[in-house]
Design a protein around this ligand. Structure first.
Ligand SMILES: [Zn+2]
Length: 120
């Protein structure tokens, strides 16, 4: 039997730290190389998009820094929005916790795209 396993790459991760049920700190890791590798890989293919936030983005429309910035926006939302982390919203589903981070990530990318169009 042939079995192909594809590792699910994470662009970033936020780990909330709690003390007595309170959120006291969040550690954020941004995997810039993963973002850069994915952008470089998908850029080879005409019309290939990459899922970012709630959007499918064309990797050629953004720099790696633009995309990394959107991951920062996503992870910071996990760290600062009380509905978007497991410490402050322990009974939530992952879909509920991902809602606002994904919205903010997409908003970040839309604002960059609009700014680039305005500068043309
Ligand atoms: Zn997330």
């Amino acid at each position: 039997m042939f079995r192909l396993v594809i590792k699910r790459y994470e662009y970033g991760k936020t780990t909330p730290q709690e003390s007595n049920g309170e959120l006291v700190q969040s550690d954020i890791v941004i995997n810039e190389a993963t973002v850069a590798d994915m952008k470089d890989y998908l850029s080879q293919y005409e019309g290939q998009t990459m899922p970012f936030g709630n959007s499918e983005v064309n990797p050629n429309d953004y720099t790696t820094e633009d995309l990394v910035g959107s991951v920062v926006a996503h992870e910071l939302t996990h760290a600062t929005d009380k509905n978007s982390n497991t410490v402050q919203n322990p009974d939530s589903t992952s879909v509920e916790r991902e809602k606002k981070p994904r919205e903010n990530q997409s908003k970040h990318l839309e604002e960059i795209k609009k700014k680039k169009e305005d500068e043309k």
